[in-house]
Design a protein around this ligand. Structure first.
Ligand code: ATP
Length: 228
């Protein structure tokens, strides 16, 4: 069943248009990778889905029209975002950061700590004392505590060391396997996305340039639209 649909969505920053008729969909339990070169509109697409930026066109989630909803309402419907730049409350502990995000459902502290054991070991530590990778795990944990039906990861491993990146991707793969949560994952490293995504959407200049099964994404196409 389809969970999220964007139909002919346009969005602008002032007079500068960033999305030019974005059309895509994500099914329940599907993991979709969104890729494209810098500035092509990946984060802007995420902002329109999360209702952080006004948009024209149709945005539907679970049969509801999202277009006129606020970001709070979108979150309440089950759209969980891990934004670029891993925002946590620096002066709160790991545990407090997770608890303030909590909404009733599947996820609780024990489940988050099972997914990210490092967070359990540091639950009484202030977020500001965590490493970059641990802060990213906390940001994912916070999004999960809202019990989303779609989890969006925007450049979740950017700037992190390879071992930490691997740990995060491994957790995301486990999340997918164990819970079947729908995922929209934005990243630049195709190799890692291949481990978690069923389908790829490549975007260029605010539009979908190519989409298909991850297995069908060949070197020529990825070179053309992602540059890898
Ligand atoms: P990156 O990989 O660099 O994050 P992206 O694909 O996520 O790139 P967007 O951030 O969505 O790209 O940017 C799409 C276009 O919108 C770019 O031309 C960018 O310069 C422009 N843009 C993004 N944010 C703003 C803003 N706050 N104000 C004005 N223009 C913006």
């Amino acid at each position: 069943m389809t969970l999220l649909t964007l139909e002919n969505v346009t969005a602008s920053y002032g007079t500068s248009q960033a999305l030019f008729g974005m059309t895509l969909s994500i099914d329940q339990s599907e993991a979709v990778a969104m890729m494209g070169r810098n500035g092509m509109g990946k984060t802007t697409t995420v902002k329109t889905i999360c209702r952080m930026l006004p948009a024209e066109g149709q945005i539907g989630f679970d049969g509801r029209d999202l277009t006129r909803l606020s970001s709070h309402q979108a979150a309440r419907l089950g759209i969980g975002l891990v934004p670029e730049g891993r925002r946590c409350f620096r002066d709160l502990t790991v545990e407090e950061n997770l608890l303030v995000a909590a909404r009733p459902g599947h996820w609780d502290l024990a489940r988050i700590f099972a997914l990210f054991p490092r967070l359990g070991e540091r639950k009484k530590q202030r977020a500001s004392t965590l490493s970059g990778g641990e802060q990213q795990m906390l940001a994912i944990g916070r999004a999960l505590m809202t019990n989303p039906r779609l989890l969006i990861l925007d450049e979740a491993t950017e700037g992190l060391a390879p071992l930490i990146r691997a740990e995060i991707w491994e957790a995301v793969a486990r999340l997918k396997a164990e819970t079947g949560l729908a995922l929209l994952v934005i990243d630049k490293t195709l190799k890692e996305l291949r481990q978690v995504a069923d389908r790829a959407i490549l975007i260029t200049r605010g539009q979908v340039a190519w989409e298909g099964a991850m297995a069908d994404l060949d070197a020529e196409t990825s070179e053309r639209y992602i540059g890898v």
